[in-house]
Design a protein around this ligand. Structure first.
Ligand SMILES: CC(C)(COP(=O)(O)OP(=O)(O)OC[C@H]1O[C@@H](n2cnc3c(N)ncnc32)[C@H](O)[C@@H]1OP(=O)(O)O)[C@@H](O)C(=O)NCCC(=O)NCCSC(=O)/C=C/CCCCCCCCCCCCC(=O)O
Ligand code: FAD
Length: 667
């Protein structure tokens, strides 16, 4: 039986068409704001079009019905097709275009080049000397070799100082001897390590003449370039299936006194001379730059994950009709329910806010690397580290929440893998853990905050970085009706109070005799709260700045509605702090609530177009519920029919067990 007849499915679902007609802005113009420039937004569209013309890149069997091995094979097949068309599809070496290509064709479930692009090449760029880049970077960029980033071990991920893998220098042979002394020293988790990579950046404790110098990056060949067999002295494999991200072969790795030449220590910023003398880097944490790089991308990447879930949920909500409002002759689109809007629209606002932050932090990282590599200027490192530590934690947490709300907003069909939301959720929430567990990173951000509060208390506010300047703002009474700046002022007061309270608590424990570390742990929950508020303030201010800079009037108006929703939703979400400290009155709270509800109504006509503006192709979305044409029911039925279980009427499990069991029961 097929309901996919031409009549029903010609053109888009009329409900979606109606939604697109009511939009007050042009989605191409909005895409320029989302993707940071007219040029890149246009390139994305062009790349999408080119992909659609390559038959070998069109969807084959739905991913949900594939085994893990099939997913990995399919990703590799697509990579192979991509590599045949690489130069005609994108500008070679353009990182953003390459990312878009991978996202669209291979999707988010991981692939053998995921870490090659995101960490292996960036580590070579930031840590390898010119000579070393000459040797490896070109080969990596041409994809003659596949690399990954092997840092985390079975026993340690968060506490890098306790990594156990050693790289002991032997002056007599001018080699480093890599060794895995214990089971907990096995590298564990690195993406694409298990089966795909033949090279890795390995973070190991540099040991010279029995002295440990802490984790340093080494480039290590893992497998024979011809046979792909692991080299003698190397044990490597896949760690098994995960909650999601199963197209990636996250792996384990052990070394048995494995020797590499001296020149394999990445030496842009530090050196080991042939005699074993060590030249220090200009900043102790410069070797951590690849993590900062990924963290600086995370607001953008997580924003895009949440955007995918919301495209699906919003389109579906405009097609799904259930229940009645005034008109009893036709059921309403579920998108018209206030609760549905409240469930989805604040997340739409966060998506835009996160993406705007991402555009900013990606640029900050690029600038930092230029400053460090060209001028040896490391002065921006501390600020970017604390900013991206807080941002990755806040953004991943809210993205997880937003995606889960999007799933629930799709009712039963959201729970089906046809929606693809469960996969998006599984991949996105990995971000709460990778690149630094969220609590650990919030506490890194708190270190900077506490230092700033201490500077203010010691009478040195002039030493504060611009991001911390709000810590000196005096308390004021604020009239919320004057606009965004009033919301910023209240948020600043809330964040400031919490930063001072947490620091005060820390100091109190220290005065009572606790060491700083113990006092820190006793204050940790309060400190993480301060970090979250500080980061949410940054997000809010970035959103305001970005909207102010938009020149297209209709795009600006639509985003102003979204910004207003964000301001009211965020302030309401932290209202308990404001009420407890007398920063806001209950009358102001009522005002915020009313503003929030009226923002939902204003955004409603633009909801579908706000999400269409991301211009995800159906290939990238991989969602039966979220397709652009909106023919949800017909497509769901077709999808279910393609389930392997439906390829025969009677399953072996029935003939082998259920039938005999029922027969036995008859006796
Ligand atoms: C920072 C630590 C927690 C502590 O480090 P430690 O060395 O012990 O530090 P201390 O001695 O305590 O000193 C702290 C001081 O040092 C300062 N500091 C620390 N780090 C930095 C830094 N980077 N820059 C500047 N300063 C720094 C700090 O501020 C302190 O200063 P002060 O004393 O207060 O003045 C450290 O242990 C740490 O970082 N831990 C976390 C470990 C971690 O993050 N590991 C990551 C491993 S790699 C990883 O996880 C990789 C994941 C891959 C993800 C895959 C991504 C791609 C996939 C997505 C899905 C596919 C997508 C397709 C679609 C798409 O692309 O969208
Ligand atoms: C999908 C995925 C991909 C990954 N890819 C890579 C990769 O490519 N390369 C790589 O090297 N690694 C990779 N990792 C590993 C990842 O970076 C680590 O898992 C991560 O840094 C967290 O470290 P952990 O596992 O040691 O967590 P733990 O530190 O063991 O965390 C457990 C708990 O302890 C708490 N905790 C730990 N320390 C503190 C502290 N100081 N204060 C307060 N609480 C604390 C945490 O908050 C958490 O609640 C990946 C992980 C995942 C899930």
């Amino acid at each position: 039986m097929s309901f996919l007849n031409k009549e029903i499915c010609d053109g888009d679902n009329p409900d979606l068409t109606e939604e697109r007609r009511t939009a007050t802005f042009d989605t191409d113009r909005m895409a320029q704001v989302i993707y940071g420039s007219e040029k890149f937004a246009a390139r994305r569209r062009q790349i999408t079009k080119s992909i659609s013309r390559i038959p070998a890149l069109q969807d084959t069997k739905p991913l949900a019905f594939m085994t893990r091995e099939e997913k990995i094979t399919e990703a590799c097949r697509e990579l192979d097709v991509l590599s045949d068309h690489w130069e005609q599809l994108i500008y070679v070496n353009d990182e953003e275009e390459a990312l878009h290509l991978h996202r669209e064709v291979i999707g988010m479930e991981g692939h053998p080049f995921a870490l090659h692009e995101t960490m292996f090449i960036p580590t070579l760029v930031s840590q390898a000397s010119d000579e070393q880049q000459e040797k490896w970077l070109g080969r990596a960029r041409k994809r003659e070799i596949i690399g990954c980033y092997a840092q985390t071990e079975l026993g340690h991920g968060s506490n890098l100082r306790k990594l156990e893998t050693t790289a002991t220098y032997s002056p007599s042979t001018q080699e480093f001897i890599l060794h895995t002394p214990t089971i907990t020293a096995l590298k564990w988790w690195p993406g694409a390590l298990g089966k795909s990579s033949n090279y890795a950046i390995v973070m190991a404790d540099l040991v010279i003449k029995n002295k440990s110098y802490g984790p340093h990056p080494f480039i290590v060949q893992l497998r024979d370039e011809k046979t792909h067999q692991p080299l003698p002295g190397i044990t490597v494999g896949d760690i098994g299936p995960k909650m999601a991200f199963n197209g990636a072969d996250n792996g384990f790795l052990g070394f048995d006194h494995f020797r590499i030449p001296r020149g394999n220590l990445l030496m842009r910023h530090n050196r080991v001379e042939p005699d074993g003398s060590y030249l220090k880097p200009p900043h102790a944490k410069i070797g951590y730059s690849s993590m900062v790089k990924v963290r600086s991308r995370m607001a953008m990447d997580q924003g895009l994950f949440m955007a995918q879930a919301l495209v699906i949920a919003v389109r579906y909500s405009a097609v799904r009709r259930q229940g009645f409002l005034e008109d009893k002759s036709q059921e309403v689109k579920v998108l018209d329910y206030q609760t549905q809007q409240h469930r989805l629209f604040p997340s739409i606002a966060r998506v835009y806010a996160f993406i705007f932050c991402g555009l900013e932090t990606i640029q900050l990282y690029e600038k930092l690397i230029l400053d460090v590599n060209k001028n040896g200027d490391t002065s921006g490192m501390a600020d970017l580290h604390s900013l991206t530590s807080g941002l990755k934690s806040v953004v991943t947490h809210f993205t997880g929440q937003g995606i889960e709300q999007a799933r629930m907003a799709c009712g039963g069909h959201g729970y089906s893998m046809a929606s693809y939301i469960s996969e998006i959720y599984g991949v996105a929430v990995a971000g709460c853990t990778y690149e630094g567990e969220n609590m650990v990173m919030l506490l890194q951000c708190a270190r900077a905050l506490v230092k700033a509060v201490e500077l203010v208390e010691e009478g040195h506010p002039e030493k504060l970085s611009p991001m911390m300047a709000y810590l000196t703002k005096p308390s004021v009474t604020v009239d919320l009706t004057v606009g965004p700046e009033a919301y910023v002022k209240i948020f600043q007061l809330i964040a400031k109070k919490q930063a001072f309270k947490a620091t005060e608590q820390l100091h109190k424990f220290m005065v009572a005799g606790d060491s700083r570390d113990v006092a820190w742990n006793k204050s940790a929950v309060e400190l993480t709260k301060a970090s979250r508020l500080h980061t949410r303030l940054y997000i809010l201010k970035t959103f305001i700045r970005r909207v102010e800079s938009i020149t297209d009037i209709s795009v600006k108006a639509a985003l102003t509605d979204l910004l207003n929703l964000h301001l009211n939703y965020e302030l309401l979400d932290v209202a308990s702090y404001a009420l407890a400290d007398g920063i806001m009155s209950s009358t102001q709270m009522d005002f915020i609530k009313n503003q929030l509800y009226s923002s939902l109504e204003k955004i409603r006509p633009n909801a579908v177009s706000l999400m269409d503006s991301f211009q995800f192709s159906d290939l990238q979305l991989r969602s039966v519920l979220g397709r652009r044409d909106g023919h949800v029911y017909q497509n769901l039925f077709e999808w279910a029919k393609s389930s392997p279980l439906n390829q025969s009427e009677v399953l072996p499990s029935v003939t082998q067990y259920l039938k005999p069991m029922m027969e036995k029961s008859k006796l």
